[in-house]
Design a protein around this ligand. Structure first.
Ligand SMILES: Nc1nc2c(c(=O)[nH]1)N[C@H]1C(S)=C(S)[C@@H](COP(=O)(O)OP(=O)(O)OC[C@H]3O[C@@H](n4cnc5c(=O)[nH]c(N)nc54)[C@H](O)[C@@H]3O)O[C@H]1N2
Ligand SMILES: Nc1nc2c(c(=O)[nH]1)N[C@H]1C(S)=C(S)[C@@H](COP(=O)(O)OP(=O)(O)OC[C@H]3O[C@@H](n4cnc5c(=O)[nH]c(N)nc54)[C@H](O)[C@@H]3O)O[C@H]1N2
Ligand SMILES: [Mo]
Length: 587
């Protein structure tokens, strides 16, 4: 910012940006409201669009404990995921949710890809109906009316939007029959305290931000926010993707933050908004940005439209990559390319005043210190802070900041964080405690940091992920296999889904394949407009009708740069309209 730029494209822009953009409008903060303790008090947990067996394995323990207490773990996911199915084990107390006569498992709901808004609206619709019936029968209703009156605005507008949404649309868009949506409503309304967990299955769509807001509406209707055992839980990915936002890494900084920053450092930050990931790539493509500095990540491979990204990187004047591991973005050589290997978080970081630790914030807003314990791979490696400070001192000879002192002792960096963000009071002291401390989350105490101090019911018009698209088109979602960490593929197995030794597969519903005259083992080409991903082998899988799935990053060539969430601009990696045909090469 001292150099004069607010361009901070980061992995949030491909991940949980809909959370950062959508939740503040609803509940006043762009973070989850629950802690691990809440899971111990929840009466039902909904897992919506995330796959903890592979991506958040520690979470399985938490969910298993919920299930052991006899409380339902409800899944809304187009694919049957092994790690989540175990909570529908008929031996467990959640047995009561299994309709043994039909063998239908009532707690696993295979929504159509992109159909979640329709599910949330459907649940709200049947909740309103059940509430009216209950009141007419002399009950006190199923909504938390005192919470709604005291804490929220927008109820009437929401109610009329839901009343105007018809069942045909809800059923068609969600892919779930009305009885299944009513079963979901039953589970939701029978539980006193409910937690909704969600991941990329919700965020990476054209209406990702709105989907989150509809989810919050549903929670607010029964007061499931800011009391023990209830709330919302976005599951993050990268170890500091939540923390970087907390300390101001954003392309759209507000004035209050910038003025505190300027005061703490004696600098003058630019006020104009900068580039997010999509804008950054467009600016590089158009020659408006000529330098890229990457602090971790594999930008060109993780982003939508790799063809644009590859050419854009090659056209830069300067590409600087600060990484722990060589990756393809490092190899897209610009006029000048500098690769700066750095220390990883697991390695000793020794500076002038001795060993240093950095801090991270997790999905539950817990901040703790992290210190590496391994001998660095080389004595030449510098830490990320040291490299950033080095760049600053070289590029800003007149700098107002004492970069050297900050690097000599990272506690000084934390003192500055505290100076800019009062929530970090006594920062250096509080991280001494094992386990660290929790940052203030107003919504957890029913303090709504919105302009009017209320939580907001927000209306989304329609249910349409597809925006008028032909209902017969298939929708492709892109997922992680077990043996990958984002763009790092370290093995070819996806063991819970039964795929071994390869990644060039396309998960499809048997009935959809039959309609297309295809079957498991056929090799197909996948097309989205002019884009093509050739030669995937079909796998007959338990996935909702109209839906397909394959692995990222290979499938990113099917996602256009403009194909993104309307509000947060996260690429719509999980709503790709496609057609599939027998592979040309095999015909
Ligand atoms: N081992 C491992 N761990 C990781 C990562 C990794 O790559 N490997 N990545 C990390 C990162 S950065 C992140 S953000 C997290 C990601 O963790 P997740 O959010 O679990 O990531 P995804 O694999 O993208 O899968 C999302 C799930 O959403 C489902 N899904 C797809 N489309 C839809 C839809 O339209 N609706 C619904 N309801 N569900 C849908 C998929 O079937 C899948 O089960 O994991 C983190 N942890
Ligand atoms: N189609 C599709 N695309 C997606 C997704 C999807 O679900 N579908 N998911 C999106 C999501 S959720 C995310 S978060 C992005 C991820 O996008 P990125 O963050 O760009 O990708 P990663 O593969 O996590 O980056 C890994 C690289 O980071 C570097 N690295 C690792 N650790 C460190 C460190 O400690 N310091 C430094 N300086 N470098 C380090 C290594 O060099 C490694 O090669 O991808 C997005 N892309
Ligand atoms: Mo992520």
């Amino acid at each position: 910012r001292e150099f004069g730029s607010n361009n901070f494209p980061d992995c949030s822009n491909m991940c949980h940006e809909p959370t950062s953009v959508g939740l503040p409008k609803s509940i006043g903060i762009g973070k989850g409201t629950v802690t691990l303790n809440d899971f111990e008090q929840a009466d039902a947990v909904f897992c919506i669009g995330h796959n903890p067996g592979t991506n958040h394995p520690r979470m399985l323990r938490t969910l298993a404990d919920v299930s052991k207490r006899g409380k339902p773990v409800v899944v809304i996911n187009p694919l049957r995921e092994r790690g989540l199915e175990r909570f529908q084990d008929p031996q467990s107390p959640a047995e009561m949710l299994t309709d043994s006569a039909t063998g239908i498992d009532r707690a696993y709901f295979q929504v159509k890809v992109g159909g979640d808004v329709a599910v949330f609206k459907g649940i709200m619709k049947s909740l309103f109906d059940a509430d009216t019936k209950n009141m007419n029968a002399g009950g006190s209703g199923l909504l938390d009316r005192s919470f709604i009156a005291e804490h929220t605005v927008g109820f009437e507008a929401l109610k009329s939007d839901i009343e105007n949404t018809d069942w045909d649309t809800i059923v068609r868009r969600s892919g779930l029959p009305r009885e299944q949506i009513e079963a979901l409503t039953d589970i939701y309304a029978s539980a006193e305290n409910v937690i909704f967990c969600y991941g990329m299955g919700i965020t990476q769509h054209r209406h990702g931000t709105e989907a989150i807001q509809q989810m919050v509406n549903l929670l607010l209707l029964r007061g499931n926010m800011g009391r023990p055992g209830a709330g919302i839980c976005p599951l993050r990915g990268h170890s500091n993707v939540q923390g970087d936002r907390t300390v101001g890494i954003t392309e759209i900084p507000n004035e209050a933050f910038l003025s505190r920053l300027d005061k703490a450092f004696g600098i003058k930050s630019p006020r104009a908004h900068g580039h997010n990931a999509v804008n950054a790539l467009a600016a590089m493509r158009d020659g408006r940005s000529k330098t890229f500095i990457g602090l971790g990540g594999n930008f060109a491979v993780a982003m939508s439209d790799p063809q644009i990204a590859y050419d854009a990187f090659r056209g830069l004047d300067l590409n600087i990559q600060i990484v722990t591991k060589l990756n393809r973005t490092c190899l897209l050589t610009a006029h000048e390319t500098i690769i700066l290997p750095c220390l990883g978080r697991t390695e000793h970081d020794i500076q002038e005043t001795g060993p240093q630790s950095i801090t991270v914030e997790d999905s539950m807003s817990m901040v703790h210190a992290s210190r590496g314990g391994l001998k660095p791979a080389s004595d030449e490696l510098r830490s990320e802070p040291a490299i950033i400070a080095g760049l600053a001192m070289a590029a800003l000879p007149e700098t107002a900041v004492d970069w050297k002192a900050l690097i000599a002792d990272y506690n000084q960096i934390r003192d500055k964080i505290e100076a800019v963000f009062p929530d970090f009071f006594d920062f250096n002291e509080r991280i001494q405690k094992p386990g660290g401390f929790r940052l203030r989350v107003g919504a957890s105490q029913r303090e709504w940091d919105t302009p009017d101090g209320k939580a907001h019911f927000l209306v989304m018009s329609g249910t349409d992920e597809d925006d008028g698209r032909d209902d017969t088109a298939l929708t492709l979602t892109t997922i992680r296999s077990h043996d990958q960490y984002n763009t790092t593929i370290y093995g070819l197995n996806d063991r819970y889904r039964g795929v071994h030794g390869r990644r060039d597969v396309l998960f499809a519903n048997r009935d959809d394949l039959a309609d297309l005259g295809l079957e498991e083992g056929d090799v197909v080409d996948v097309r989205s407009g002019d884009r093509i991903l050739a030669g995937l082998t079909l796998v007959d899988y338990s996935i909702s009708r109209g839906s397909l799935a394959t692995y990222f990053p290979e499938a990113n060539c099917l996602v256009g740069l403009d194909d993104k969430d309307h509000e947060s601009e996260v690429p719509a990696y999980k709503s790709i309209p496609v057609i599939i045909t027998k592979a040309e090469a095999s015909l």
